[in-house]
Design a protein around this ligand. Sequence first.
Ligand code: MV4
Length: 495
Amino acid sequence: MNKLLIANRGEIALRIMRSAHEMGIKTVAIYSEADRQSPHVFFADEAVCVGPAPSSQSYLNAAKIIEVACSLSVDAIHPGYGFLSENAEFARMVAASGITLVGPSPESMEIMGSKLGAKAAVKKYNIPLVPGTDHAISSVDEALKVGKEIGFPILIKASAGGGGKGMRIVEDESEFEENLHRAISEAESAFGDGSVFLEKYLRTSKHIEIQVLCDNHGNYLHLFERECSIQRRHQKVIEEAPSAILTPEQRAEMGAHAVNVARACNYSGAGTVEFIYSDGEYYFLEMNTRLQVEHPVTELITGVDLVKEQIRIARGEKLSFSQSDLSIHGHAIEVRVYAEDPANHFLPDIGTLHTYIKPQGPGIRIDDGFREGMQVPIYYDPMIAKMIIHAPTREEAIDRTLRAIDEYRIHGIKTTLDFCRFVLMHPVFKDGSFNTHFVNQHFKPEFLEEQASDDELKIAALMAAYLLPSSKQTTHESLLQSSVGVSAWRVNRGF
Ligand code: MV4
């Protein structure tokens, strides 16, 4: 593999290029008209504009991307996450052009792209599944019968859905008919596939997922779990590895199940097996056939570069380590920095990154795709950065993450950093007892207002310092430096 095209943008495009460059592989960036000035464009050895800003005309334009790859004699394409990364048709088109896709086969993507298909595929491996139906349901009578058997509440899920799309909770028999019809028609219009099935709804649960790596020589292994329960509207906000609550026995058992899920679809590359954890029990939910946003927490606790492993596997190499070579080193936390206003219903906040200064020091990794002075475009995901923290213990990782949030300086757009500080300081986060309802149960926008006014005071103080003629230190940097250490968090905590 001499030349790799990255069919993505932002932080993940940069992340992939870094590993490729270390391996001596040349990189090709693609970009939309909105991303002309984006760092991923300058970071690559070559870059080609593939179309206008809307993803449908650029980052999702499979034919155009493959045409570019062929014209530049690209050997392989890495799709990153989102966009075309789990699109089996794209995977087939890439293969048909004689280019290697850094990812699993189209067949694996198809099996796991259907939740019913996934359940059927894992049948012979005795993977724990939530009580429910193993086939699509369209008759209200049958649904009511199943409801009697497994008990309410029941969750209706779209087989083609993912990441929470197409789900409906049914509390009792009287709600079944309407919800079933709605779910089927929503699934039909959203996914072009009206298949829905039923599961017992586990009301308070955690989302725990296992990272797997599989080569094309029959070697399968897992890289432990990530805890991803802190989310809002199915958008993850904070992830960590390892989970604060799994026992070593559960971890080994879940890992073995995850590997079997990968086996069941003849998986190749890096993938993630999602489990739901409730009352000490866990059940397989679905498999994501891509590199995930939160993959760095696994990289930090295992020391494995997942992108390099993906590339080696795509080159046909055998995995160079086995399960017993892997162990967990310390604790890692990822905080996602979104250009959203947590005080105002998390509405996307677009604008210019007037100040953008990253935290530094031991145990801090920032994966971002923006530079100071840049506009955050409205066309794509509002995630502007991931801050991934590594420390010897969970407690130290939390303290270090709080310190890093304090050190981050972003002005010009609102971000979710203050909101993340709130989560990390919460006793329910600290003791690990949180579930997927944490944000709804514990967060109110008012909690951040004090913080905001405190920031305003700080800006006022800085402006005054700037304008004061007697001040010797009037450079931008010295003023920002002087603001470090007077953050609201420190003030609130009394030091
Ligand atoms: C569930 C569940 C409870 N019971 N399945 C959400 C994402 C997708 N991967 C599966 N998800 C869930 N599946 C059963 N049987 C809870 C979730 C879930 C959720 C459900 C409703 C509202 C918010 C949620 C947040 C995280 C997970």
